[in-house]
Design a protein around this ligand. Structure first.
Ligand code: AMP
Ligand code: MG
Length: 351
């Protein structure tokens, strides 16, 4: 199929109402449209139509037991989609929606099992990106939208990332520029007054604790190994991985840079194409090697925003080996390291 590509202004989406209507029509016909959100690009389909949602799994090559996030444009839309909204969920919706918080609750029968990956629960989020909100409103139904990448690849933060993975497999891509956050949403499960973080994101445990008492982190996230038992089913699969082999180098920053310089030198000697993902503070050390700077260690929001693009650039440069400096696991750093550990298939070298 031919994939239509249309630009829409992320600050004033209604200036491109023709493109929005075209996208909504495609979605109303149970077909697929990729669109920007403030986290990453999503691959949208009518969340209430099994025939539409099934196409998402096929286009992405996503395992059918990996549930999708349902996106809504109005907080009140949640009441049709879930059994019950506990007080704790309501408080978090009031404080973090629209935004990068996904809430898992018991689903109502209106949500097909295909959308929920066979589970009795459903994940719901109200995004803040104006294009996403305008598109959902134009459709008049919620959009199931996982990240718009091929399964296992780094998440897409630019329309070109979506195009590279899904051109010819989906009907339309809305190009709304770069995603403001560049990191997927925090996924939480809410059971009565308990909140469990299933996937870390830019909304941290500390931020949630300002509003609710009982917040914990799913145990599987605290293990530094494969999280096959994670409660968020999607967390168990290979993820965020470029084609090259990724190594995450962790420790004192001087030891980290010395280790990576030695490794890059050895690789050059052995004719292995390797690359380092480094930071403002360390980039000078790699002057004679291929290096990508993803920003300052003092601004982890920028690191989060640039991380997936950097992993994709490694593929464009045909890197066989990729060395990544680790970051402090504090605040959003916990989410950054969660993604990088997965990108490295848990190959972490401590120095
Ligand atoms: P993606 O949209 O590709 O970023 O993936 C969505 C994430 O949300 C995956 O990690 C899913 O496993 C998780 N998720 C979606 N629905 C549920 C659910 N009902 N229960 C637990 N996790 C969920
Ligand atoms: Mg994803």
């Amino acid at each position: 199929m031919d994939t239509i590509l249309e630009k829409v202004d992320k600050l004033n989406p209604y200036l491109n109402i023709v493109a929005l209507k075209k996208a909504a029509n495609i979605l109303k016909n149970n077909n697929l449209v990729a669109f920007p959100t403030e986290t990453v690009y999503g691959l949208g389909a009518n969340a209430l139509e099994e025939d539409a949602v099934r196409k998402i799994y096929i286009a992405k090559g996503r395992p059918s037991d990996n549930p999708l996030i349902v996106h809504i444009a109005d907080k009140n839309d949640i009441y049709n989609l879930v059994d019950d909204v506990p007080e704790t969920a309501l408080i978090l919706m009031e404080n973090f929606w629209p935004g990068a918080l996904t809430i898992v609750l018991k689903k109502s029968p209106i949500i097909p099992k295909t959308t929920s990956g066979g589970l009795d629960t459903v994940a719901i989020r109200m995004p803040s990106n104006k294009i996403a909100l305008a598109l959902i409103k134009e459709c008049g139904f919620p959009l199931a939208a996982p990240s718009a990448n091929t399964s296992t690849k780094p998440s897409p933060t630019l329309a070109s990332h979506v195009y590279n993975d899904l051109n010819g497999k989906i009907d339309m891509i809305i190009d709304g520029g770069s995603c403001d956050l560049g990191l997927e949403s925090t996924v939480i499960q809410v059971v009565n007054d308990k909140v469990i973080i299933l996937r870390p994101g830019s909304i941290t445990k500390e931020m949630l604790e300002k509003f609710v008492k009982n917040v914990s982190i799913d145990k599987a996230l605290l293990d530094n190994k494969s999280d096959a038992v994670a409660k968020a089913p999607g967390m168990k699969y290979k993820h965020y991985a470029p084609a090259g082999e990724v190594f995450l180098i962790d420790g004192n920053i001087n030891n980290v840079t010395s280790y990576i310089i030695d490794a890059l030198r050895d690789d050059r000697f052995n004719n292995i194409k390797s690359i380092v993902i480094a930071s403002d503070e360390t980039i000078k050390n790699y002057a004679s090697f291929d290096a990508i700077n993803i920003g300052s260690r003092n601004n982890l929001d920028v690191i989060a925003k640039n991380m997936f693009n950097a992993l994709r650039q490694c593929d464009s440069l045909n890197a066989d080996k990729i060395y990544i400096e680790s970051f402090l696991e504090e605040g959003i750093g916990f989410a950054i390291m969660n993604r990088l550990k997965k990108a490295a298939s848990y190959k972490i070298i401590r120095v």
